[in-house]
Structures are given as C-alpha cells and as structure tokens.
Design a protein around this ligand. Structure first.
Ligand SMILES: [Zn+2]
Ligand SMILES: [Zn+2]
Length: 361
C-alpha cells in the first residue's frame, strides 16, 4: 500500500520550501513506517534547501523527529507497532570495517530505507539525512527507529535525534568531559548549549559560554554555564585564561565551524587539553596554525560527528535523564509550529531568535 500524506519539500536551490502531497510506501523487509509526532527545524534542513549539501533535489526535509511506529516490515525485531521512537540518522550496519572493530559510532555504511518516498508523479524524494520527517508518515530502516520511554514529550524527545545529541555527545563522548573538568563552549546556539548541558551533566566545575550575542549567553547560563564571555567586546582567549587561573580549559568545544573560532578554542585550552570541533565548516574555509604550537601544546584536536553517538545506547539514556529532571530538554523547544510554517522558522533561525522551532503534528 502507498500512503498519501502532507510533507515539506525543497524543490529547487534557494527556493522557499513547499507543503505538498507525498507518497510514502508501506515498509518492506527491514523497514519501519513511523507516524511522526514532532520534528525540529535544524540548520542542516536549510543547508539542503540552499543546495549546500548536494544537488539531489527534490528533498523531503526534516530529520530531528520522534513518532509512533505505525507498521513494520518483515524481519523487524527491534520495534513493534505502537512503540515511541526517536529517528536516528546513524543506524550502524554491523559489517563495515568500523563496526567490525567495535566502533559502530563511526559506521561507514549507515542504513536507510530501500523503498523511496515520492511525489504523486513518481519523482523520488531525497530524504534529509536519510530520514525526511517534515511529513505525517516517514519510512526508515528499522535500525533508525530507536525505542524510548513514551513518557517523554514528543517535541522535546525528537531533538535528541540530531542537534542536541551532537552537542551532548561533543562534550561527553568526543571531549570526554568528566567531573572536575573546566570547559569552554564557543557558540551558544542549540548545539553549543547542548554541549554546556552535557558538560554540566558530566560534572564539569567551570563551564564558560562564549558568543557574540547576549541573548544566547543568557540561554547558556540557563543550561549550566558558570561564566559567559561576549567575544564581540572581550578577547575570549584571555577571558577564558583569566577564569581558569591563567591556564585555559581542559576541553574547548567549537560549535560555530569557523577558522577564527577554532583558533580561539585552540589557544583557550590548557596544555594537553582537548579541542572538539562540532560546528560544521563550509568547503571554502582553511586553517593556519603554527605547527610547533600544535606539537608543543600536546593534547588532542578532535572532530565530533553526530556527537560520536550510538543511538541505541545514548537516546534512551538521555531521555531517562530528562525524565528524571537532570537534563532540561524542554528548554531547547523555543516554540512549536505547524507543518506549513517551516519556511518562517528558517528565517527565525537565521536571525538567531530561537534555539529550536519544532513542528508538531
Ligand atoms: Zn558499519
Ligand atoms: Zn540536524
């Protein structure tokens, strides 16, 4: 059977998104059909619309989603109809060279549904990050549907599927932040503030939020920053050193994706400290650093892809911490909107007015 539902697509480079009818097939073997309950509006959706990721238009946007399993295909054993799930864009294959080495969070052959969601004329849609959840129904590989506690509010839970996981994981998984550490987070949007929340959860004693926007620094305090620095007025490297006895932080997290802010993170950390790059640079950017400084300062320069998360391990855990009141996922939901308002939400995001707009169905 094929299901006709409403979905938000990006039809051409730079053009406003459209709410239209799409066709979603029933699940084949190893696939799951999910009735989407909520889906956050992420920068990556905007990058797809701008043609900054690839040219495989039309895209079915949306990828930070939670929902209820509607139907399962043959050979699906990890979820059943009625289960509440978060959709993951990493579903480890179990057989690539990374999975076989016991590092499934670096899987190089993450699974997606084989059947295509299409326009009514049969044109196949490219689902954003292999999900496509600005739609009433979405078809994914079974491994992309991760069962969580149904007590979680869908709008908050879905955010764990992308940006919030990226930030939490940048601190906890990639940065290895642990109790007693000092941390600086440069860029206090959704991902940066999730890194702050993750650092707090992991027991960091000093957490310094850095941004050029006082509104974002106010959010940073609410998520657990012990200090904030407006880098429009103050040199952040000096300020971070001053706040850490002149030494710099153990872990500096770059959540912007620019050479200038990466360089700040590089110099703002203590000897043998770690820099984590979770902000996504564009293809034109290059970095110049003295090689002797890279050697002499020691430590580690790491990139964090999707927070180096293993969805089946991390999603249920963070949802449980949220339900215990230890992780404030609700605070990331700036507003809930209807499916037809995704384009407006992009503009609010570009103006820095929201942490997350979340489509609710
Ligand atoms: Zn793999
Ligand atoms: Zn995203």
């Amino acid at each position: 059977m094929v299901n006709a539902v409403k979905g938000v697509i990006a039809g051409a480079k730079g053009a406003p998104v459209q709410l239209t009818t799409i066709l979603v097939p029933d699940p084949g073997p190893g696939e799951v059909l999910v009735r989407v309950q909520a889906c956050g509006v992420c920068h990556t959706d905007l990058h797809y619309r701008e043609g900054a990721i690839n040219d495989d238009f039309p895209f079915l946007l949306g990828h930070e989603a939670s929902g209820i399993v509607e139907k399962i295909g043959a050979n699906v054993t990890n979820v059943a109809p009625g289960d509440f799930v978060i959709l993951a864009w990493r579903a480890p294959c179990g057989t690539c060279r990374s999975c076989l080495r016991g590092r499934p969070w670096y899987c190089f052959a993450s699974q997606n549904a084989q059947h295509k969601m299409t326009l009514p004329d049969g044109t196949p849609l490219s689902p954003a990050l292999g999900i496509g959840a600005f739609a009433e129904l979405s078809l994914v590989a079974a491994g992309q549907a991760v069962k969580i506690n149904p007590a979680a509010r869908p709008a908050a839970a879905g955010l764990v599927g992308c940006g919030i996981m990226a930030g939490l994981g940048a601190a906890i998984n990639t940065g290895g932040v642990s109790r007693g550490d000092s941390v600086a987070v440069i860029g206090c949007g959704g991902v940066g503030n999730a890194a702050i929340a993750g650092s707090k959860l992991a027991g960091a004693h000093t957490i310094i939020g850095v941004d050029v926007d006082d509104r974002k620094l106010e959010w940073a305090k609410q998520f657990g920053a012990t200090h904030t620095v407006n880098s429009r007025h103050t040199d952040p490297v000096q300020a971070i050193r001053d706040l850490t006895g002149g030494h710099g932080v153990n872990v500096a997290i770059e959540a912007v994706g620019r050479p200038e802010t990466f360089t700040q993170a590089f110099y703002a950390r203590d000897h043998a400290g770690t820099v984590v790059l979770v902000g996504v640079p564009n293809p034109t950017m290059t970095l110049e650093l003295p090689l002797l400084e890279i050697f002499g300062r020691g430590g580690a320069l790491k990139s964090s892809w999707y927070g180096d998360c293993l969805p089946t391990r991390d999603f249920p855990m963070f949802i449980d911490l949220y339900l215990q009141g230890r992780l404030d996922l609700e605070r990331f939901v700036s507003e809930t909107i209807a499916l037809e308002h995704v384009e407006d939400a992009f503009h609010k995001m570009e103006r820095g007015e929201v942490l997350r707009s979340v489509v609710v169905f």
